[in-house]
Ligand binder design. Sequence first.
Ligand code: CDP
Length: 226
Amino acid sequence: MSTPVIAIDGPAASGKSTAARNLAARLGIPYINTGSLYRAIAWKAARLGISTRDEAAVRAMLADTAIRYAAPAPGENPDIEIDGAFPGQELRAPEIAQGASNVATMPFVRSFTLQIQRDAAKTSLVVMEGRDIGTAVFPDAKYKFFLTASPRVRALRRLAQGGETPDNATVDSVAAEIAERDRQDMNRATAPLRQAEDAVVIDSSGMTAEDVLEAMIYCINEGKQA
Ligand code: CDP
């Protein structure tokens, strides 16, 4: 039996979060952003002055860290709670993204996050977005999508997001940052970013958010199950 998860994987700034949020709202089900887990670890490391490339220090920090998904207020979508706090938008700060990608290469970090992600999808159908949901976290997810877009489109979208790029960012600098993170995400040994063989691929370069939503709804209604 497949797991009741709609997995949306893809590279940085490919529109996964928007697609996942819209799909969850349309279906009236929770949305789980798994990038926030790695961002929360990088966020705590930054606050403690720990380098996200120092495996021993990150390991020691994680031994004393509690992370789970919880609703910040009754009825709200589940968000990351770390050591009893909800960092929310602070996780989207530009300097956190590369740190998240750094800790995400560490196998012990991935085993730590695996259980949290599986716990978050225990009860009912959820939309879960990340890099390895359809391949490593839920290889038997009921529906799998792989969302992508051209590097330039992704850079333009990230720039338009506001607050997630440095003040002096340009299309080229953002494209370079995204390319570096994708390189690291695709080449790590544990649970690298890759398309599941049974995922439906959506290249959203020329599509609006509404187009992407309708394409996903169409696949789900047609029963295009993984
Ligand atoms: O929003 P954006 O695509 O920029 O990044 P994100 O989804 O918040 O993910 C931040 C980083 O976390 C990624 O660059 C990956 O290194 C890592 N990540 C991962 O390894 N596995 C996931 N399931 C989700 C994110």
